[in-house]
Structures are given as structure tokens and as C-alpha cells.
Design a binder for this molecule. Structure first.
Ligand code: CP
Ligand code: NVA
Length: 297
């Protein structure tokens, strides 16, 4: 009887202690940035995309290679799965070629279906539902800048999307307040008890976060209702002194956040982007443990 592969699909699927250990390893691996342990020698990661990516693709590719492994990158439309081949057959065959697969695909249901038929770890590189690798890097960045995430107030402004949803999941796991300010119609049925207006959300916040108002696949969307949720200097001034500003990027300057905020000392967006690399290494090390990876060894 074989054990289930270590998928990294949604944060609540994984034990809180395991997630915290992965974050601790991300910090350790960052310290070894110029002396990376060769944890992935002989291992291969497939990466499948049906959407654009800069950070996710590059950080996974560099993470694998710096730690001695290999990558194969495919556009979903160029694979047989983009034609007639079933998800189940694709998952079975990938399991024979590589040691793990990271997918950025729109449909969360398809990702779950791939995981059900896969004998190797499946990693969620963003679906329309969630973006767990991003939030691991974000929490790492908050720990780095503010020393902890537990007990902090994190304010989310703008669209209630895949990244926001994953932050909300993380708030229950790590024990931070997640204050959401979004156009009210987006929050209908979301059961968010702390949904509020932008000023109350940011008031006393340790971290202010936003994301694009138009996620990939939503091109042409009307953004008029989002203007009151723009992160600008006047809004940032309501946050706690020393508060940081975060954004998963790509940024639409002048829409969800102003240049002034991005140029201010509060902005940690490039450290946040770099931490994708270190977090990816730690996520991969956990997923690939059954393939022989020993991060403590
Ligand atoms: N934040 C993020 O996932 O960026 P990419 O779309 O460039 O991968
Ligand atoms: N919410 C954005 C995140 C991009 C990394 C999107 O889905 O396009």
C-alpha cells in the first residue's frame, strides 16, 4: 500500500505545524542563498501553464536548478491534455516521467482531478480559487519584516480574489486578524465577519495588502467600483507606524496602488517577490520528501 503523494494545493489541507515548519525551512534556505544545499539532485519537476507567469515560473525553475534538480515547462495548450487526452491519463503519465508537477491552471476542479490521479506531488501554482505558494512567501516576508504573523492585523483592499481567499485561509491557521475592504457585492455569501470599509480596515493595520482589480481571465472587467479601495498615501497613513505594504505582483500602478506608496519605505514588494524563490525551495523539499529529499540531512 503506497501513501498519498504530498500535494500542495490548499493551505487548510496541510497540518499547521507542517506549514510552519516549511516556512522555517524557507528562512533557513534563504540564509543559504549563495550556498544552496543540493537537495534535488536527480529529481525533475514538470510545470504546466495555461496562464501567464513571471515570478511563479522563474522561482520554481531557479529553485529546482539551484538545488540540483531539473525542470520541464509546458504550455497546457501544447500538450495532449489541451486536446483530447483525459486528465487522468495525463496525470498517470506525468507520474512516470517526473517527481513532481506544478500547475498554473484556471480550473481548481481540474487541478484537484489531476491530483486524484497523480502518483507524484501536485503543487498549485495559482488557480481561479487560490494561490497558496504566494501566501507562503508573503507570510515569510511578514515574519522577516515584523518578526511574526500571529496576532497581527492584516488589511486586504480591493478585489476579493484567489490571493485574498488564500490569505483568509491562512488567517485561521496562523492566527492573525484579516480585515477585508472590498466592494460589498463581492463579499455576498463569503461569511467574512470582519469585512469593513477601507479606513476601518487599514486603521491600526500592521500590513496593508492589495492585488490587481482584474485577475487573469477577467480582462474587460469594469473597475469603477474599486476606486475607493485604492491604496494611496492618505490610506497608508491610517495604518500602524512602521506598517508594510505588500502586493503579489504584477502591479497595475495608479489603479490598486499609487506610485507614491510603492516608492515609500513601507513597500516590501520586491523582497516579497524574491521570497517566492526561497518559499518555493521549502515547499518543494517538503513535497519531494518521498523522493528522498532530506532537508535536515
Ligand atoms: N505573483 C505571481 O504569482 O506572479 P506571476 O503571475 O508572475 O507568477
Ligand atoms: N489575482 C491575480 C494574481 C496574479 C499572480 C490573478 O489571478 O491574475
Amino acid at each position: 500500500m503506497t501513501t498519498a503523494p504530498r500535494h500542495f494545493i490548499d493551505l487548510p489541507d496541510i497540518a499547521p505545524d507542517t506549514l510552519k515548519a516549511i516556512l522555517a525551512n524557507a528562512h533557513r534556505l534563504k540564509k543559504r542563498k549563495f550556498n544552496p544545499p543540493q537537495l534535488f539532485t536527480g529529481l525533475s519537476l514538470a510545470m504546466v501553464f495555461d496562464k501567464r507567469s513571471t515570478r511563479t515560473r522563474m522561482s520554481f525553475e531557479v529553485a529546482m536548478k539551484q538545488l540540483g534538480g531539473h525542470t520541464v515547462v509546458m504550455n497546457k495548450d501544447e500538450m495532449q491534455i489541451g486536446g483530447a487526452e483525459s486528465i487522468a491519463d495525463t496525470a498517470q503519465v506525468l507520474s512516470r516521467f517526473v517527481d513532481g508537477v506544478m500547475l498554473r491552471i484556471s480550473s481548481h476542479e481540474d487541478l484537484l482531478e489531476i491530483a486524484r490521479h497523480s502518483r507524484i506531488p501536485v503543487i498549485n501554482g495559482l488557480t481561479d480559487h487560490s494561490h497558496p505558494c504566494q501566501i507562503m512567501a508573503d507570510l515569510m516576508t511578514i515574519e522577516e519584516k515584523l518578526g511574526r504573523v500571529e496576532g497581527l492585523k492584516i488589511a486586504w483592499l480591493g478585489d476579493y480574489n484567489n490571493v485574498a481567499r488564500t490569505f483568509a485561509q491562512a488567517s485561521a491557521i496562523w492566527g492573525f486578524e484579516f480585515a477585508v475592504a472590498c466592494p460589498p457585492d463581492l463579499l455576498l455569501g463569503k461569511n467574512l465577519h470582519n469585512a469593513t470599509n477601507p479606513h476601518s480596515a487599514v486603521s491600526g493595520a500592521d500590513v496593508v495588502v492589495t492585488d490587481t482589480w482584474v485577475s487573469m481571465g477577467q480582462e474587460g472587467k469594469d473597475i469603477e467600483k474599486f476606486w475607493p479601495y485604492q491604496v494611496n498615501a492618505a490610506l497608508m497613513a491610517k495604518a500602524r507606524p512602521g506598517a508594510i505594504f505588500m502586493h503579489c505582483m504584477p502591479i497595475h500602478r495608479g489603479e490598486e496602488v499609487t506610485d507614491e506608496v510603492l516608492a515609500s519605505p513601507a513597500s516590501v514588494v520586491y523582497d516579497e517577490a524574491e521570497n517566492r524563490l526561497h518559499a518555493q525551495k521549502a515547499i518543494l523539499a517538503w513535497c519531494l520528501e518521498d523522493a528522498g529529499v532530506r532537508i535536515d540531512g
